[in-house]
Design a protein. Sequence first.
Length: 694
Amino acid sequence: MSMYIGVQLRAPDGFEVLAKDCVYHLLTNDARRDRVLLIEFVCRPKRDTHQAKRAKRWTPLPVVRCHVIRRHRFEQALLGGLITRVEPQTAMPPWLGGLSATQLEAHDAQRRRAKQRHDERIDSKLAHMWPLVERAEHVLTADDPFLAIHRHARACIPPQNPTRMRLWFLTYLCFGRNRWALHYPIHDIGRWDRMEKVGRKFGCPSPTRGANAGFGTNDPDMIRKIEAGYREHAAVARPLVDIYCDSMETQFECATRDDGKGHREVFHPAGEPFPNQEQFMYRVDQRFPLRERRSHKYGAARTRNEFNAPMGPYTESVGSLLERVEADGYVVDEVAEGYRSGSHLPRLVVVRIRCVASGMLVGIGFSVGGERASAYRMAKFCMAIDKVRFCQLFGHRIADTDWPTIGLSPHEIVDRGPGMTADARPRGEAGRPMISEAAPSYMGQSKAIVESSNPRRVKLQGKPTYVTTKMTLPQLAWREITRTLCDNQARDISSRLSNEALTEGVRHSPIDLWRFLEERARTYAIPMAFEDAVRSFLTPVEVKATPSGVRFHNQLYDSEALRETGLHDRVASDQHVPIKAYMLDVCVRHLWVEVAGRLVEVDALLAIADDAEQLYISVKELEQLAAIRREGQRDRQSYMHGEKLHWKQRFKDETGHDFDQGTRKSGRAKRNTSVSVQERNEVLPYLQEKGRPK
């Protein structure tokens, strides 16, 4: 067993001057004087004393006893097992209540407003006894070590108490010269039993009513009423003052009266005791934890978001790609202008899906006019398919390396909104997650990964304002897709990088961490065919098949793939056959039509040669254009007859003939008779440039 100065020893059955069940500290093994000094610290029990006219409980200083044993006898007892080492060894004196040096240091750091910190008091102790520490060997080998310590205490300026100086010096040596061993005992501060004086009033005396005015709250019945009143009247957004007033009425049956100075005061008609507000708050603080009181006042959501301590990183439970994803939506600030003068289209809502492990945004969807289930389905459609193909649907091209994510996740987290409805789920079993978790309402921390990635906006004060844009809804959608591409490249995810990733030189961006994990096959991605993704996630609509193609809201769609199916030949010229199709709500440049169990992609067409960018519009814009077309057709009916009549009358005024003044006769026109031929030959030179006379 290891031995050192201050090691704690015991004699299980006693040995000479050593008693059993006592702890002794080895101070010195003096070969010159043939003696071993053992120190015993005896903590005396608390006792009563009268100070400042009131009884207090206080703890006297420990008693230090020095035991001397002949050196050879000590060593024989040690080798023979009569003296053994105490296990476990304690690092701090027993009168500190088991507190460690770290706890004492942390407690002292919190006492910022104290007149003198414990750290400064320890420095003062060390300054007085440091000469003893420097010549500790000479002090311990003196004929009477205690006498040497006492002489030094009296020689200090100012003189120190010899008993305390002896305790400080020997404690410092026996506990590894740890300065925190000289700390004051603080573990019992404020823990003495106040219930011993039930009828007594504690606390600061009232400067207006006197020291003995009011009642004490040590009565168990009063404490029970205070707790019952708080439980009964505590509610969200309710201040403690209101809870106190209601408790005085219901639990203590108090009333109010004039105090003679024009104010109202609380009293009990029968003179029964009741607490004041400070006493009420004190007992509530004692009985109910701070977290519970904050939850009562601020609600569970705000308490969790603002007051509760962090419980660890959100990513510590995942280690693979798409092991868990979170989805959330936000509203685009800009409002797109409508096709009618002064009108605005509904706001665009964006739903993004984020991989918890890598921080990569793996899917994006859109809805118009509010957060809808179709946006969540579109985001899952985006997550499932190749992103190059997805961006082509908006008329743009990206490289494979710009957005390399493909596949669905088996575990998704969404809030309790449209994303959890049945309409947001895929049609059929394909693409349905194994775990669909609903975050509590208004609890953003339940899906903090995606919440923290949403764009931030500055809240302005004053009258309300809004921002308009000339961009169409598909152009706004493409801007948000571009924002997603940028976030995947530029967002800082350094906190997610493991030691292995750091040593491999992985950049601190989601896309680089994605590549790092994907190269090691750390993924939960579920593949899905493009046709299955269309049928599972896109919005089903009904379109009209015509001989010229497919019409949806009066917009014509066609493609070579559709013509190869022979659908045009099977539809008569006057038929409009309804068939099933799928659309991307925010961009109807393409549709997918079901023809004989086959999914065929068709493209929107222009009536005349013009800019093809006009075809990248949303279904809302297509509906608005169809409405404008119908209104134009109705207007044409109103002015068509007036225009016809106007030009007929103008023709008659200019020529003297009616616009429709021909006479119908039976038989055929005589254009080949000799008279007709002769007249034609005479007239044609005047009608033709070549034969016109000069």
